[in-house]
Design a protein around this ligand. Structure first.
Ligand code: FAD
Length: 400
């Protein structure tokens, strides 16, 4: 690899040389990769080999400063790295909420000690993180959260409950919003805390879904002691940091979706041809033709907006309300794409497990079902519309 590497060709050569054979062409989706943490297991040891080879070049956290184990790539070089991975269908060496959510937040708001403690462990994939925001009474209305933290000496003592905590049962640490006081506005008195999930008083209960899998958990805190050194920012002033992290989360969801939404028009046309029994020419179903064309135009526009946002980010800006645009449009576009695939498949889309269907048909139905959650996680579409109405268009809040 040339020094400093910057082009797709540079990174393609590195991947050719360093990515184990079994990982080339293997990438399934945006979240496929080495999730790490103390509990992570995989039948393929090459995930560790790939992680180790990238680590020595700082490529597990390509844009992070070298001081924490990153490669300090600029925006263009990072885009080239991503493109080379996509071209080779190789998973990124490390993935997870550490890299995409809490890491960027600590880079901006963490103390020197917090950065030194947590960032290198994320870069190596040693510690897996989960997100403790939602509570039974606080989802969209996140600032209504009630998990209490009371100061006792040099600790905060946390009692309460989180819900929908993705992969808490596989994680080592949680970033959690707690209430330390009540002010005039509910956004006041919230503190942003980093907590070791092995602390006494933490109980994690996986929630079993209708699919049989349990990606979500409830997390209970019973007088959990967290050192004050794990408070990010100031006590009572965590709301701004919580919102900044949501910006990173929404950008991550939008970017992951963008990778899945490139050039799908041809794929949709090919599936439609096969379903309609047509080998060539214009699709005979005029409505379907119209809807695929409409989807394809939206896809092009979406990527244009992403490029514009990327350009802004290259100048060093952290994601603001534009993260809501990416999240809103990306998730709805993805749902539109799967709606079309389901429509084209007709009754072949009715199965979601068992025999009688091709594996690819079952995959499509499951992906369609999963895409419904995209417009809920990380803040619902309605909430993104509210943010855009108020913070971009300057419209008044309903009821104010
Ligand atoms: C796949 C997935 C993964 C998740 N992972 C995590 C995680 O790891 N950690 C975590 O903390 N949370 C997680 N969540 C929870 C997620 O953040 C919440 O589900 C989401 O914020 C919505 O909150 P709620 O479910 O309480 O719905 P509610 O807030 O009760 O909303 C119900 C409906 O009312 C609408 N609504 C609510 N308020 C308004 C308003 N002011 N204006 C207009 N419409 C409104 C909503 O859009 C929605 O349609 C996850 C959710 C999903 C689906």
């Amino acid at each position: 690899m040339s020094n400093p590497p910057s082009s797709v060709a540079d990174f393609a050569a590195f991947i050719e040389q360093c990515a184990p054979e079994s990982l080339r062409g293997s990438r399934q989706g945006a979240f496929d990769g080495f999730w790490g943490g103390r509990q992570w297991t995989h039948e393929n040891p090459d995930y560790w080999v790939w992680r180790d080879r990238c680590l020595t070049h700082g490529l597990t956290a390509p844009t992070w400063p070298k001081a924490y184990g990153g490669a300090a790539l600029d925006g263009d070089a990072y885009a080239a790295w991503e493109q080379a991975l996509v071209d080779a269908k190789v998973p990124p060496p490390v993935v997870g909420f550490g890299l995409t959510m809490i890491g960027p937040t600590l880079l901006h708001y963490g103390t020197k000690e917090q950065k030194q403690q947590h960032l290198p462990a994320i870069v190596r994939g040693d510690i897996r993180w989960c997100q403790g925001y939602s509570e039974p009474g606080a989802g969209s209305d996140l600032a209504s959260l009630n998990t209490q933290a009371v100061r006792d000496g040099d600790s905060l003592v946390v009692t309460g409950q989180k819900v929908w905590t993705s992969y808490a049962h596989l994680s080592d640490w949680i970033f959690v919003l707690v209430r330390t006081s009540r002010g005039e506005r509910k956004q006041q008195g919230i503190t942003f805390l980093l907590m070791d999930l092995s602390s006494p008083g933490v109980e994690i209960r996986p929630i079993e879904l209708i699919s049989g899998s349990s990606p979500f958990c409830e997390v209970f805190f019973d007088q959990v002691r967290v050192p004050l050194s794990q408070v990010v920012g100031a006590i009572d002033e965590g709301w701004g940091i919580a919102k900044a992290l949501l910006g990173f989360e929404r950008s991550m969801i939008g970017a992951a979706i963008a990778g899945q939404l490139k050039g799908l028009e041809q794929l949709l046309v090919a599936s439609a041809r096969s379903a309609l029994g047509q080998s060539e020419g214009r699709l005979s179903d005029a409505l379907l033709r119209h809807d695929i064309a409409s989807y394809a135009m939206d896809e092009v526009c979406y990527h244009e907006v992403l490029n514009r946002i990327d350009d802004a980010r290259r100048t060093g800006r952290t994601p603001g309300p534009e993260a809501s645009v990416i999240k809103l449009v990306g998730t709805e576009l993805k749902q539109k794409r799967f709606d079309l695939e389901m429509r084209i498949a007709g009754q072949r889309s009715l199965g979601w497990e068992g025999s009688g269907f091709e594996p690819s048909e079952l995959d499509t139905t499951r992906a369609w079902l999963r895409s419904r959650a995209n417009s809920i996680e990380g803040g619902t579409s309605e909430i993104q519309l509210n943010i855009l109405a108020q913070r971009v268009l300057g419209l008044p809040k309903i009821g104010s």
